[in-house]
Design a protein around this ligand. Sequence first.
Ligand code: ATP
Ligand code: FE2
Length: 320
Amino acid sequence: MYTLGIESTAHTFGVGISDDEKIIANERDTLKPASGGIIPREAAQHHFKFAPEILKRALDKSGLKLKDIDLFAFSQGPGIIPSLKVGAQLSTFLSKKYNKKLIGVNHCIAHLEIARLYTKLNDPVMLYVSGGNTQIITYYNGTYIVFGETQDIGVGNLIDKIGRRLNIPFPAGPKIEELARKSRHYIEMPYSIKGMDVSFSGIETFISRLIGKEKIEDISFSLQETIFSMLIEASERAMSYCLKDSLVITGGVAANKRLNEMGEKMCKDRNASFKAIPMEFAGDNGAMIAYTGYLMRDYMQKDLAIKPRFRTDTVEIKYR
Ligand code: ATP
Ligand code: FE2
């Protein structure tokens, strides 16, 4: 069964195609503003502009025509309204035109499912780390339960905000990672973890006072060591509490090698399994929407409206 998935929740417009459980195309373009953060209207304009080209590239890659697609899927939320609308409208149009079923997918669950697909870890604790989200999740009795989460901002947003202060354009993650590799000098930073919840606002304030006084490499290194330690500590606690013997890291920040290294080490120490996901599937992508749509192919969905505040733990998981 060929499923075409459209991702457009935030800064990225992506189209992925799956053939049953196999990903056969994954094309995207990400809005990278010259300065400042993402403006919702500009993100939507970006998606409108790139949609035809990305759709064509994905179809060419798969060797399929639109009439060959059996199922359409789109990212229903969470996300920013103008961006979400682009994917919703395009997928609704295509499903009507070709008279095929349309499935609305929760973006966060798509990050989790693509990670399970590529790691082959069936029932892990999942550390979902992206721009807007920082959650520790596990599956229980038909739902993805959030065990811990950030009490303020997402870890990716923290990295991007600090990046802006350091004149690093969005998304700052890869550049901060590169700078961090050049330092071994640790500056102690606020470490805030309560149970399985984490908080990052103290670090943001702390770092704002260091800028100009400490080397940018040392700030990047210390930032990564501190926030990733918090995330891995909270994940370990969740694994211990839920008696799970594997960990998966997913979402845009899962592209970070140091975070994966720390996850791998923690798992090794407690005889648990860890496998990093391919970088291509860490950040927002259409393939994860196609694949999750495929998993949900038998769902009867009445509500296909966009859901800007769609929560992971409100979705009933019937395919597991
Ligand atoms: P969500 O709706 O899931 O929160 P999102 O809009 O944040 O998604 P993603 O593509 O999942 O989008 O994540 C983007 C984030 O990942 C950005 O904050 C970016 O800085 C961060 N990121 C990307 N690569 C790296 C990296 N190598 N190290 C750390 N962070 C990274
Ligand atoms: Fe995402």
